[in-house]
Ligand binder design. Structure first.
Ligand SMILES: [Zn+2]
Length: 440
């Protein structure tokens, strides 16, 4: 059985992602906060009463169920936000393309590619085994790219190929033995090769989606309440007390009612933040909502760029999400300036160009994959291996796509093969960045 500390660790790590997911699956700001808390408390109950093999998947699954009950009437009939969950033009396009996909595909893409959850957890959420979940992910990626960038359909419907295999191969890394047949096939089948490229690209783009974080006040309050509940429910094996029964009773009511109640309880318990929420509940107009969020409008968007995860990162390792806080008023914030948060580990401006290399060390003449995000769109990118003596070693150029993404390979060649750090320098004419490669 999970301990209270295990459970709280899961909630801490994934609270912002669960919040992002329910927002993107159609919940408004207040409902989303309520769904995150409600599902987290349900997770405590589930951990108390059953042996949860996949608590992360269980939580996302529960949140998805609640989000659907709150947000929509049917599977594919969820209200869309018109891209308001995007903090800038690129993010808005990603958000709109996601919203245009059916809810099930949207969930699969968010969970696997944006949050990098294990395939088994994606399966828990979609009520499928891990392999079938990857089939859904693969098909969803193929539908997503034309939705985002236009172009012909990439669907492999009717083509005999293992879609789950292709979806796994698109994630890079060492191919599993069971995917070897599909890999060989894709090397000689143009249709599958194109599909593989598109899946890789969709995954990279989705891995750059900013996560809409819980507002700080809501997150602190939620973690405190979940912790208190978990310590009580999980540390000691005592049966339900008054507190828990309240949750049980609420579960029998329609969620729309119980969630509004919960939202108000949360609001009242939050002091200043609660006052804001409660005021918001009384004021229907967007303008009034904005007026009630003085703190939010002063610093509307908080973006913490982190390195885009390399496709070769083992799937068990979840990358830290980029965290964006969008005002609950749903006001588009295209002109917002980025502000570093107190919790940020690095200060950076919004969409500062980033570059990653893989591998980060190796002998002379290692082939390095160089990947960049947030560079000038549709620009010529020059990548140089800076040698120890003359400076400029092998140089390659690449063209960034409409999102400022590029990927290329570079030979780490130094005529002086002395072990030590070297720089891989990247420029698009306007921006420069470099990253250290350690020659061994
Ligand atoms: Zn094929």
């Amino acid at each position: 059985m999970l301990t209270a500390d295990d459970l709280l660790a899961v909630v801490r790590v994934h609270a912002d992602r669960v919040h992002d997911a329910v927002r993107r699956l159609g919940c408004g700001p207040e409902d989303a906060v309520a769904v995150v808390e409600r599902s987290a408390l349900d997770l405590v109950e589930a951990a108390r009463t059953e042996d949860l093999a996949d608590p992360v998947g269980w939580w996302f699954a529960r949140a998805r169920v609640l989000a659907r009950q709150v947000a929509g009437t049917g599977d594919d009939d969820l209200p869309v936000g018109g891209g308001v969950l995007g903090g800038d033009a690129n993010q808005a396009r990603l958000a709109e393309a996601l919203e245009a996909r059916p809810e099930r595909e949207r969930a699969a893409l968010l969970l696997r590619d944006s949050y990098d959850l294990p395939a088994a957890s994606v399966g828990t959420v979609l009520n499928l085994d891990a392999n079938s979940a990857m089939e859904v992910v693969g098909a969803a990626r193929l539908a997503f790219l034309p939705a985002l960038l236009g172009g012909p359909s990439l669907s492999l419907a009717g083509h005999v190929v293992d879609l789950a295999s292709l979806a796994r191969l698109a994630e890079g890394g060492q191919p599993a033995a069971r995917d070897a047949t599909t890999r060989r096939h894709a090397q000689s089948c143009e249709r599958c090769a194109n599909a593989l490229d598109a899946m890789e690209r969709a995954r990279r783009l989705l891995s750059g989606l900013t996560v809409v974080a819980l507002p700080d006040a809501e997150r602190d309050g939620l973690l405190g309440r979940v912790d208190a509940h978990a310590q009580q429910a999980l540390a000691s094996a005592v049966p339900f007390e008054e507190d828990d029964e309240e949750w049980e009773d609420e579960a029998r009511r329609p969620y729309s009612v119980s969630l509004i109640t919960l939202g108000l309880i949360v609001a009242v318990g939050l002091g200043i933040g609660g006052g804001v929420l409660a005021s918001q509940a009384r004021n229907a107009s967007v303008e009034a909502q904005v007026k009630n969020f003085p703190l939010v409008t002063q610093a509307p968007v908080i973006v913490v760029p982190v390195m885009t995860p390399s496709p070769t990162v083992p799937p068990a390792v979840s990358p830290p999400p980029r965290v964006t806080y969008l005002p609950p008023s749903q006001t588009p914030v295209s002109t917002a300036t980025a502000t570093a948060t107190a919790t940020a580990t690095a200060t950076a401006t919004q969409n500062q160009p980033v570059v990653t290399i893989d591998p980060t060390s190796g002998p002379n003449d290692t082939q390095i994959t160089v990947t960049g995000n947030f560079w000038t769109p549709n620009a010529t990118i020059t990548v140089t291996y800076v040698t120890q003596i003359n400076g400029a070693g092998d140089t390659v150029t690449a063209t960034s796509d409409a999102f400022g993404f590029f990927s290329t390979t570079l030979r780490a060649h130094d005529p002086q093969p002395i072990p030590g750090p070297r720089q891989v320098a990247v420029t698009d004419g306007a921006n420069n960045s470099s990253v250290t490669f350690t020659q061994t």
